[in-house]
Design a protein around this ligand. Structure first.
Ligand SMILES: *[C@@H]1O[C@H](CO)[C@@H](O)[C@H](O)[C@H]1NC(C)=O
Length: 338
């Protein structure tokens, strides 16, 4: 037993010596080292430099960035939720809103939007809120590229609030119709429209009955408070919200061509599946005598993009970060000692 122990110790000692022989770093005796004021200054400078670089590297590490990826959208079973709140300058008895999609199913399949008689002119308190929302939204639309990261990071959710109740009730009959609510649609292209007359569903499509209206009853002036797809989510701007269009003629056709893009925003804390959209607007007066045919009304033609956007918050690998820190400290140390 004793013998064994001794031999083990001896063995270990000789191995350590061998490792010492492998040391390639030059060793200087203490007496040869001389401290100088230049060296001291250099040391202070390199300490400051190391400190500053570590600081900026840490800030850079903490400051995550957003990465975009595009993939084909393979989620076939998903539904498309549409949220609408808009006011048209005609009494509800004169207008009808519905949706037709490319599966030829009528809007009544998806439920219906609420219609509520109101006045087109907003009360002063409502006007104030609408104007502020409108400014805010147009600001976001213009500055989107510079602020989108901040919006996503802060999990900022802007849900356009409902307008407050009127502060004063006008003393005249209702002249407008507020159409609002959410519908769950098939995720295919479709057409949401508001036209004159109530719609009647027939086996082969549907018609709008407006026989009792004269031309001067038509007024497709409209205001959009809410127009979005999917659930509210951070950093998504809905370009149509805050839109107000005054019709100068009775028979006008407004067309909005909407491309809906499925979007997933994945931050460190949450993942949200939602939709963004872009829109092109077109309007023309309907005058059959001048060859401008069609049906007056407000048409939202939407189409769902085949590509899905993934917005992913990413941070540098922690190992990479540590390696960078070591190389900063080591690099400056070596340079300054030279
Ligand atoms: C439609 O109604 C709006 C708001 O009440 C009004 O400003 C506009 O002049 C009307 N347009 C027509 C063609 O009557």
């Amino acid at each position: 037993m004793e013998k064994e122990n001794i031999s083990l110790l001896r063995y270990r000692g000789s191995k350590l010596n061998k490792v010492k022989e492998l040391d390639i770093f030059p060793k200087l005796e203490e007496t040869f080292k001389q401290k100088s004021s230049v060296g001291g200054t250099l040391s202070i400078i390199s300490f400051l430099l190391i400190f500053w670089l570590i600081y900026s590297e840490t800030v850079y590490f903490w400051d995550s960035k957003f990465v975009f990826k595009f993939t084909p959208d393979t989620d076939f079973n998903a539904k498309l939720k549409i949220n609408v709140d808009m006011t048209v300058a005609m009494p509800c008895s004169n207008v009808g809103a519905d949706i037709l999609d490319s599966t030829n199913q009528n809007a009544f399949k998806f439920g219906s939007l609420e219609e509520e008689d109101t006045w087109f002119e907003l009360a002063s308190n409502q006007r104030r809120q609408f104007e502020s929302e409108r400014h805010f939204n147009s600001y976001l639309r213009e500055e989107y590229h510079s602020v989108k990261d901040i919006l996503w990071r802060n999990r900022y959710i802007h849900i356009s609030q409902e307008l407050p109740p009127r502060s004063e009730i006008p003393n005249r009959p209702h002249d407008a119709c507020r159409i609002h609510g959410s519908l769950i649609l098939n995720k295919v292209s479709g057409n949401f429209h508001i036209t004159a007359g109530k719609s009647l569903s027939l086996p082969r499509g549907h018609i709008h009955i407006s026989a009792f209206m004269s031309d001067k009853d038509y007024n497709f002036t409209h205001r959009i408070n809410r127009f979005s797809f999917g659930d509210p989510s951070p950093g998504i701007v809905h370009p149509l919200e805050g839109d107000e269009t005054i019709a100068s003629q009775n028979m006008v056709l407004y067309q909005y061509f909407i491309e809906v893009v499925p979007t997933t925003v994945k931050t460190f804390l949450t993942t949200v599946d939602t939709y963004q959209y872009s829109v092109k607007e077109l309007s023309r007066p309907i005058d059959h005598n001048k060859g401008s045919h069609g049906m007056p009304g407000i048409f939202f033609k939407y189409d769902v993009s085949a590509l899905k956007v993934h917005v992913i918050q990413e941070r540098e690998n922690i190992g990479m970060f540590l390696a960078k820190l070591c190389s900063i400290i080591g690099g400056i140390y070596v340079c300054s000692s030279m």
